[in-house]
Design a protein around this ligand. Structure first.
Ligand code: X8Z
Ligand code: ZN
Length: 614
């Protein structure tokens, strides 16, 4: 439950990817907007259509998001009140966006494209993109999908994780995986984290069918193709790009993989170094972030954050943005968000994955998190506020409601992750007194820790997740090979193997939230990392004139202006032109590779005489 509600070209409209349709289309909500009189110019006709469409859209969107919000912050076992309300709201939105009349009108207007403004064309394309997800020519399919999506999210987040019979939160599991040295205890925690998978299998198979069917009726090959088209790319183009990014980072990943095998074997007191990394050895449930493996002396952020408390973490993230010249968060952000873990004795659950919500495509912005005062949540809190400030920045008179989304979905992910990276660098931490500025810290270890977060993420995002979903949606991956394929890809891209054979009675990919509720979009994150290093490189060198490895953005209005200019036009900007204009470069992993280049020599030295296995 993340970007359904946030990013993306036409992401405003993407919310519809989790709704279904009204039974009949005679309600006020689903009544399409009226034909414009034909004595008007095409621009006048388009303006009239878009005004009416946007007004209704915003209303229905808000109702849908409010219902989704309620469903995600309070999941009560056996109580379907929220789920029913969410379904209804989502059906109404789907009935409107997918109505044959709206689609037909948008198409007809686009038939005279040349006579419309760019902004009108972009909005009409957004209307069609939303419609394709909810076509009312097949209302029962859309309706079934909305129902299945609501149920899938409830199952995932209503799940009661247990270790030795005791209920645990995912924060508890993550804390064990980050710090426990006893391999048996690690294994128990890892296995517990995968127990949610099997119960999600039927739902996911059903969703595959329904997701494919909805978009196919409007001419897309499959759901993966539909999602990639949001970037103006075909499925094959997106997969080629993922391949290219993987290849560019591969030499470094190979060194990190080798290093980690030996280092972890040493840490766990295991004599025989394994050829592939056992999944439960890594400090993350999916092996997507290994940074907790390394402690940099003098830079113990977990220890520094603990006494500050969770509230401080969020407030400090806000202070970073305001220091750059962004406004304070609206009071309602704090009163309406759900930022911290539920008390241990709560009788209900909440969605425990971080997300940011633009409730009304206007001023109501909220975040759903379970912040604890540690380094991971510190980074995540900066990430979520990136979404929030993106919402706030493109909510302006120049950006129509239908284009209140990122330049593309990856940009939306990149801004906050960029701030998260900047917020972890030593000069910035020293400014906050989170580290002692006089303490000597090892720069190579610092860079290694960063690589274990950013570089290790690439084979997971650009490789495993993207290829699995590609095969799932576009290649009819057989239902009896879902887990097999997952682990094949984990071995191939990440060099990770399961602790023991994981047959088809498990469904390990489904333990990842995005597989369920943010389908066929995980390459967004791979792209966001590539983009964030391009932005960071530019900021460090051309704005701050600092070493990219040791920056302090704090208080720089120039950096703030740079970011604001990127965010201000939302999806009315062309994402490729924007990158070129702002950084002088096309989309490229160059900056990311260059950032970590100094680590290569160190790792090669460390790995001398060691066996490479990938
Ligand atoms: O899902 C997220 C964000 C959603 S707004 C917290 N991320 C990916 C993940 O957790 O898998 C951020 C980076 C990768
Ligand atoms: Zn995000």
């Amino acid at each position: 439950m993340k970007k359904l509600l946030l990013s993306g070209l036409s992401a405003a409209i993407l919310l519809t990817s989790c709704q279904k349709t009204a039974t009949t289309s005679t309600t006020a909500a689903s009544t399409p907007v009226a034909d414009a009189p034909s004595n008007k110019t095409p621009q006048e006709q388009a303006a009239a259509f878009l005004t009416q469409y946007s007004t209704t859209y915003q209303k229905l969107y808000t109702l849908s998001t409010e219902a989704e919000w309620a469903s995600n912050i309070k999941i009560v076992e056996g109580d379907s009140t929220n789920a029913v309300a969410t379904r209804k709201a989502n059906e109404a939105l789907a009935a409107f966006t997918g109505s044959a009349e709206n689609i037909q009108q948008a198409r007809a207007l686009l038939g005279q494209k040349d006579q419309l403004t760019d902004l009108q064309v972009k909005q009409l394309e957004a209307v069609l993109y939303a419609g394709a997800n909810n076509p009312q020519t097949i209302p029962d399919v859309v309706k079934a999908r909305i129902k299945a999506e609501t149920e899938q999210t409830e199952k995932l987040y209503g799940f009661d994780y247990r270790i030795y019979q005791k209920s645990v939160s995912t924060n508890d599991i993550d804390n064990i995986l980050r710090s426990e040295r006893n391999v048996k205890k690690r294994l128990d925690a890892w296995q517990a984290s995968k127990e949610v998978g099997p119960g999600l299998k039927d739902g996911l198979l059903n969703l595959r069918q329904l997701r494919n069917q909805t978009v196919q009726s409007l001419g897309y090959d499959d759901y993966f193709t539909y999602q990639a088209s949001d970037y103006g790319m075909t499925r094959a183009e997106m997969m080629d790009l993922m391949q290219q990014i993987n290849e560019e980072l591969r030499p470094l990943y190979r060194e990190l993989h080798t290093y980690a095998r030996y280092e972890l074997a040493r840490q766990y007191g295991v004599k025989q170094v394994p050829d592939y990394l056992p999944a439960h050895w890594l400090p993350n449930r999916w092996g997507q972030d290994w940074s907790a493996m390394v402690e940099v002396k003098g830079m113990d952020l977990d220890a520094a954050l603990k006494p500050k408390g969770a509230e401080w973490v969020v407030q400090q993230s806000e202070r970073f943005y305001t220091s750059l010249g962004f406004p304070s968060l609206p009071q309602t952000f704090y009163t309406k968000s759900s930022l911290y873990p539920l008390p241990a004795d709560a009788t209900y659950k909440k969605n425990n994955h971080a997300s940011a919500w633009h409730m009304d495509l206007d001023k109501d912005v909220r975040s759903l998190m379970s912040v604890e005062p540690n380094a991971e949540w510190y980074e995540t809190s900066h990430h979520e506020l990136g979404h929030i400030y993106y919402y706030m920045t493109y909510t302006n008179p120049d950006v129509p409601v239908l284009l209140r989304a990122g330049a593309n979905r990856a940009y939306h992910e990149a801004i906050g992750s960029l701030m998260g990276l900047a917020a972890m660098q030593k000069p910035f931490l020293a400014e906050l007194s989170l580290v002692d500025k006089n303490a000597k810290t090892d720069e190579v270890q610092t860079l290694l820790k960063e690589a274990l977060s950013y570089v290790t993420f690439i084979p997971f995002s650009a490789g495993v997740m993207s290829e699995w979903e590609h095969d799932f949606y576009a290649k009819s991956l057989p239902a009896d090979q879902l887990n097999k394929r997952w682990w094949e890809l984990a071995k191939k891209y990440q060099g990770i193997v399961p602790p023991a054979e994981r047959g088809e009675q498990y469904l390990d990919p489904a333990t990842k939230t995005h597989i369920n509720d943010d389908a066929a979009q995980y390459y967004d994150y791979a792209l966001s990392y590539v983009i964030l290093f391009q932005l960071h490189d530019h900021i460090a060198k051309n704005i701050l004139h600092q070493d990219p490895h040791a920056t302090n953005y704090y208080g720089s209005k120039e950096v703030g202006n740079f970011l604001r200019d990127i965010m201000y036009p939302g999806a009315s900007a062309d994402w490729r032109e924007m990158l070129k204009e702002k950084t002088g470069e096309e989309l490229s992993a160059r900056a990311m590779v260059a950032y970590f280049q100094p680590l290569m020599d160190y790792l090669k030295q460390q790995n001398k005489g060691r066996k490479y296995t990938i």
